[in-house]
Design a protein around this ligand. Structure first.
Ligand SMILES: CCC(=O)Oc1c(C)cccc1C(=O)O
Ligand SMILES: [Ca+2]
Ligand SMILES: [Zn+2]
Length: 304
């Protein structure tokens, strides 16, 4: 018989136990979650250290996914569910396409792979090399970052180069902070596991990790698609200033409306300012406290 959405459990990358929505079929439990109001499902697979996608389903014989080798699978699956719930409950968005598309993740991609990405169809996570990263699905802000790339692709479609690309990156980091509210850092839970207290990026102080925090420090380069992971520091700082002044619940409404209504593929930083102001005006009124906080944030990073 097929027992749907069994209450499984698992141990994540940081050794923490969490509940899992699994699926039982022919004597095996699958990381296959049919409990969401989707047309699709949330499914998690393993590439078993190969680079072939999507790989095979992550399975377990007793619905207790507690093997060390399963930790990345557990967190990819659990955090995908958390991010799905966030977009549905907070923004009334049903998966990245707003039509309940299946959310597919593959973990154990390649070897010593210090990377995570949305490949246009699914999320993919490396295990890290144990020095620069541990398994990248072990951080909620990383999973939120990757799934937000999918949302951005289906909405604003920000081209992944130069200023629109840095905005694309910043939107993903900003929603990473909306989900992982404990600080304004990105990747801290999986970055340099042997070195406490650091992170991949900081929204409050981008300069801590070599990013500009003002337009006057914009880096003109051909590397990294025009420095999309560098120049994202400028909109990231504006996001920090906005969130710290208005709070997450107001800021996330302004950002989500800007992303889904006003931003477009070639939007630059100035367009981001006007898109966020337009969203703030729609939601709270032009000249409102919220509107003025957005204006002030972007002026402080040199985008007027
Ligand atoms: C916060 C997640 C993140 O930045 O993932 C990436 C990594 C670790 C390397 C290269 C690209 C990305 C990305 O998703 O942009
Ligand atoms: Ca974080
Ligand atoms: Zn990214």
């Amino acid at each position: 018989y097929n027992a749907v959405n069994d209450a499984g459990s698992g141990v994540g990358v940081l050794g923490d136990t969490k509940p899992l929505n699994t699926y039982f079929s022919s004597g095996t439990y699958y990381l296959y979650d049919t409990t969401k109001a989707m047309t699709g499902v949330i499914e998690t697979r393993t590439a078993a250290n190969s680079t072939s996608l999507p790989g095979n389903y992550s399975v377990d014989p007793d619905n207790n996914f507690n093997a060390t080798s399963q930790r990345a699978d557990v967190d990819a699956h659990y955090y995908a569910g958390v991010v799905y719930d966030y977009f549905k409950n907070t923004h009334n968005r049903n998966s990245f396409d707003n039509r309940g598309a299946t959310i597919r993740s593959t973990v154990h991609y390649s070897r010593n792979y210090n990377n995570a990405f949305w490949n246009g169809s699914q999320m993919v996570y490396g295990d890290g090399d144990g020095t620069t990263f541990r398994a990248l699905s072990g951080a909620l802000d990383v999973v939120a970052h990757e799934l937000t790339h999918a949302v951005t692709e289906r909405t604003a479609g920000l081209e992944y180069q130069n200023q629109s690309g840095a905005l694309n990156e910043s939107i993903s980091d900003t929603f990473g902070v909306f989900l992982d509210k404990k600080n304004y850092l990105i990747g801290e839970d999986v970055y340099t596991p042997n070195k406490p207290g650091d992170a991949l990026r900081s929204l409050s102080d981008p300069g801590l990790y070599g990013q500009p925090d003002h337009m006057s420090k914009y880096v003109n380069t051909t590397a990294d698609n025009g420095g999309v992971h560098t120049n994202s520091g400028i909109p990231n700082k504006a996001a920090y200033l906005t969130i710290s002044k208005l709070g997450t619940s107001v800021a996330e409404k302004i950002y989500y409306r800007a992303l889904t209504v006003y931003l477009s593929p070639k939007s630059n930083f100035k367009d981001a300012r006007s898109s966020l102001l337009a969203a703030a005006a729609d939601l709270y009124g032009s000249g409102s406290t919220q509107y003025n906080a957005v204006a002030s944030a972007w002026t402080q990073v040199g985008v007027n």
